[in-house]
Design a protein around this ligand. Structure first.
Ligand code: C2E
Ligand code: CA
Ligand code: CA
Ligand code: CA
Length: 281
């Protein structure tokens, strides 16, 4: 039994070393990815459920590695966060998304708000407000066309500093959305404390709308919609894949949604076609 125990332990450490080695390898490649221009921004449409119109978009980063191909953000964002590389990468995404949004506006396409995801590291940086300010200045994008998405867990750390940062951003006219709302195991009291403008219903709650006849189907989605309405916040449903989910959300008064039912995140050129169509209807 002792022998077996040791083998298990060895197997375990080997797997751990392999995991650590893979992360280190990825980190080294991530370090060069910016100058090699391997990142892309994809755009996912935000839809008005009452009219079916395109009304906004979320920027989602993609890493196109020369050998590995498209690496999922679920894989490389955690590595970027642990290594601090999320700082320059996040700034690049923000600049690219703002710049692209302004270019579309200048081209006469219907002006829409762009939502950009922020990591904890970025929000905790002392100079986040200045960074955002100078990016808006450089690109010429008006602050009311920018929305920043952050998760509940970010609000729970360094509460006072984060609160002050968010107030300054909000005062500039930037919108603040809570991403993956309801998954952060936090208290709801922060909704009063922080200058939030939008709640995004996490995909896991949208998935449960299915209507398998279960009594609890859609209950959380419904509660988040009611909460948002009562607090006078915007509410966006994420990960809408089924018509039945869309109908349920619409009936409950959720007016905005994203999901594969409408469109997956698409490259710039493809999003431009959607924008052009939106401009002609
Ligand atoms: P998120 O911010 O919650 O983004 C939503 C994710 O759900 C995206 O995955 C999107 O492609 C996917 N999605 C959208 N609609 C559907 C649907 O109907 N069904 C399903 N199954 N999935 C859907 P993606 O692009 O792989 O990004 C994963 C996560 O990586 C994001 O989750 C976000 O936390 C992070 N991320 C992506 N881009 C950035 C970025 O620029 N900065 C930071 N800090 N994080 C980012
Ligand atoms: Ca998001
Ligand atoms: Ca989300
Ligand atoms: Ca997420």
């Amino acid at each position: 039994a002792k022998q077996q125990g040791r083998n298990t332990w060895q197997l375990h450490t080997t797997a751990m070393n392999q995991h650590a080695a893979e992360r280190l390898l990825m980190e080294n490649h991530l370090r060069k990815a910016l100058e090699r221009r391997e990142f892309l921004v994809y755009y996912q449409p935000k839809i008005d459920l009452m009219t079916g119109d395109l009304v906004g978009m979320e920027a989602l980063v993609r890493w196109n590695h020369s050998i590995w191909g498209l690496v999922s953000p679920a894989k490389f964002i955690p590595v970027a966060e642990d290594s601090g590389l999320i700082q320059p990468i996040g700034e690049w995404v923000l600049r690219t998304a703002c710049d692209q949004t302004k270019r579309w506006q200048d081209a006469g396409l219907p002006p829409m708000r762009i939502a950009v995801n922020l990591s904890a590291h970025q929000v905790e940086q002392a100079n986040l407000v200045e960074t955002v300010q100078s990016i808006l200045q450089e690109t010429g994008l008006e602050p009311r066309y920018l929305e920043l998405e952050l998760t509940e867990s970010i609000l729970m750390q360094n509460t006072e500093t984060v609160n002050m940062t968010l107030r300054r951003l909000r005062d500039m006219g930037i919108s603040i959305a809570i991403d993956d709302f309801g998954t952060g195991y936090s208290s709801l009291s922060y909704l009063h404390r922080f200058p939030i403008t939008c709640l995004k219903i996490d995909q896991s709650f949208v998935r449960r709308i299915e209507g398998n006849g279960d009594r609890t189907d859609g209950v959380i989605a419904k509660a988040v919609i009611a909460l948002a309405h009562n607090l006078d916040l915007e509410v966006v449903a994420e990960g809408v894949e089924e018509k039945s989910q869309m109908q349920f959300l619409r009936d409950e008064g959720c007016s905005l949604a994203q999901g594969f039912l409408f469109s997956k995140p698409v490259p710039r050129e493809e999003f431009e076609i959607l924008l052009t169509k939106a401009g002609t209807t």
